[in-house]
Design a binder for this molecule. Structure first.
Ligand SMILES: CC(C)(COP(=O)(O)OP(=O)(O)OC[C@H]1O[C@@H](n2cnc3c(N)ncnc32)[C@H](O)[C@@H]1OP(=O)(O)O)[C@@H](O)C(=O)NCCC(=O)NCCS
Length: 354
C-alpha cells in the first residue's frame, strides 16, 4: 500500500540514502547529487512543500514543490523541484502518485501550471512527465568552462566587487538585460541586496562590477558556491569524457590541462549567476568571465557553470571560452487554459540545485 504524507525532519537520512541511489540520467550518462540536508535548498524559497511516499511503512520516495507568482501574468505556478523514488520501489506508480498529489496541492493554492527541469539524458524522467501530460517547453543550456589556465584580462576595464552603496547601477543593468525574459522579476536595490545575502555562500563580496573607461557600468556577474547545498558528480560518466580524461592525463606531464573528474568525484564548481551586460559591450562580459576564471583558479575550483536560455546573448560570449555544453529541458503542464510562452526563459538561481 502506498501512502503519501508531509515530510518531517526524521525523514532526512532516509531521503539522502535514496538520493544517492538515484542518479539522474541513463546507462551512458547520469548526474549524481550529494547533499547533507535535503531541505536546505528549500529554505531559499519563501514557501515549499515536500511530500513523502511510504510503501508498507517504509519511505520509498518524495516530491518537492514551491509556489511562485509569475511577474508577467501575476499568475501562480508551481515549480516541481524534484521527484525521487528508491530503485527498489520504481515502476510501481509511486512517482505518478506523488506528482498527482503535488499537482493537487498546487491547484489548491491556485497555481495554473507546473514546471520542472529534466536533464537531457534522463529518459525515465522525461517518459514519466510526458505520460503525466507535460510538454517540453525550452532547452536550457548549461555551459561549463574548465578553469585551469589563467587568462589575460584586458586593461581597459575596471573589475571590482560591488560597492553596495552603488548597487542600483547593477540592478538597473540586470533589469534591463533580463526585460522580456519569462519569469524574470525585476529587482530593486534592496531586494537585490537581500537576494545576495539570502542565497547561502553568495553575498556582495562575490558579485563583480565591470566599468568602462568612462566609469560606466558595462557588465556584472556573481559567483555562487552551491556546494554547501549540493555537490554534483558523474554517477555514470559519458564514454567520450573518459577518453578525453586519459588523453589529457598523458598531456598533463608537459602542460596545464583541464580537469576531468573521475566517476563519483565531486565537481569543484562555481555557478556564474546574476550576469548582465550592455549588449553593445560584449567584450566587457568576456573580460569579466576571464577575471572569474582567474578567481576560480585562485580558489582551487575546477569549473565555472551557468544556466542560460539558448537565445540569451550571454551564451555567445561564454562560447568564446570553449565550454562543454549540456542541456536541461523545461517541461510544463497547464491546469487550466493554454500554457504561457517559455521563451526566452529566465533561470531562477535557486532552481539551479538539481
Ligand atoms: C523518474 C522516477 C522518479 C520514476 O519513478 P517511478 O516511481 O518508477 O515512476 P512510475 O512508476 O510512476 O512511472 C510512471 C511512468 O513513467 C515512465 N517511466 C518511469 N520510469 C521509467 C524508466 N526507467 N524508463 C522508461 N520509462 C519510465 C513509464 O511510462 C511509467 O509507466 P509504466 O511503468 O506504466 O511504463 C525514478 O526513476 C527516479 O527516481 N529516478 C532517479 C531520480 C530522477 O531522475 N528524478 C527525476 C528528476 S528530479
Amino acid at each position: 500500500m502506498i501512502s503519501i504524507r508531509p515530510f518531517n525532519e526524521g525523514d532526512n537520512q532516509r531521503m539522502l540514502e535514496i538520493e544517492r541511489l538515484c542518479p539522474q540520467g541513463d546507462e551512458n550518462c547520469a548526474m549524481g547529487v550529494d547533499k547533507k540536508d535535503i531541505i536546505a535548498r528549500y529554505k531559499m524559497y519563501d514557501n515549499w512543500n515536500v511530500l513523502v511516499a511510504e510503501k508498507d511503512g517504509k519511505v520509498a520516495g518524495w516530491i518537492g514543490l514551491t509556489l511562485k507568482t509569475t511577474p508577467e501574468q501575476k499568475e501562480k505556478c508551481a515549480y516541481i523541484t524534484e521527484v525521487m523514488v528508491d530503485p527498489a520501489f520504481q515502476r510501481a506508480g509511486i512517482a505518478t502518485n506523488l506528482i498527482k498529489e503535488a499537482e493537487k496541492k498546487a491547484q489548491e493554492t491556485e497555481a495554473v501550471y507546473a514546471y520542472c527541469y529534466i536533464y537531457e539524458p534522463n529518459k525515465a524522467s522525461r517518459a514519466l512527465f510526458e505520460k503525466m501530460g507535460y510538454s517540453e517547453m525550452r532547452g536550457i543550456k548549461f555551459p561549463v568552462i574548465s578553469t585551469y589556465k589563467k587568462m589575460d584580462v584586458p586593461p581597459e576595464y575596471s573589475i571590482k566587487p560591488v560597492d553596495t552603496k552603488k548597487i542600483d547601477d547593477a540592478v538597473a543593468l540586470i533589469n534591463e538585460y533580463n526585460s522580456g525574459f519569462v519569469h524574470f522579476m525585476p529587482f530593486k536595490g534592496q531586494t537585490f541586496e537581500s537576494h545576495l545575502k539570502l542565497v547561502p555562500s553568495y553575498g556582495p563580496e562575490n558579485f563583480w562590477i565591470v566599468r568602462d573607461k568612462n566609469n560606466k557600468i558595462a557588465a556584472c556577474a556573481g559567483l555562487w558556491d552551491s556546494s554547501k547545498l549540493a555537490n554534483l558528480y558523474y554517477a555514470r560518466e559519458p564514454a567520450a569524457m573518459k577518453v578525453m580524461k586519459s588523453v589529457f592525463e598523458a598531456l598533463s606531464h608537459v602542460t596545464k590541462v583541464p580537469k576531468f573528474p573521475a566517476e563519483g568525484e565531486h565537481f569543484k564548481v562555481y555557478y556564474i549567476v546574476d550576469y548582465a551586460f550592455n549588449k553593445k559591450q560584449p567584450d566587457a562580459m568576456l573580460a569579466l568571465l576571464k577575471h572569474l576564471n582567474n578567481i576560480s583558479i585562485d580558489r582551487r575550483q575546477d569549473f565555472l557553470m551557468a544556466m542560460t536560455d539558448p537565445e540569451d546573448a550571454f551564451l555567445a560570449v561564454i562560447k568564446k571560452l570553449k565550454p562543454q555544453t549540456e542541456t536541461w529541458n523545461v517541461f510544463a503542464r497547464s491546469f487550466e487554459g493554454n500554457l504561457p510562452a517559455f521563451s526566452p526563459f529566465y533561470v531562477d538561481i535557486r532552481d539551479m540545485i538539481p
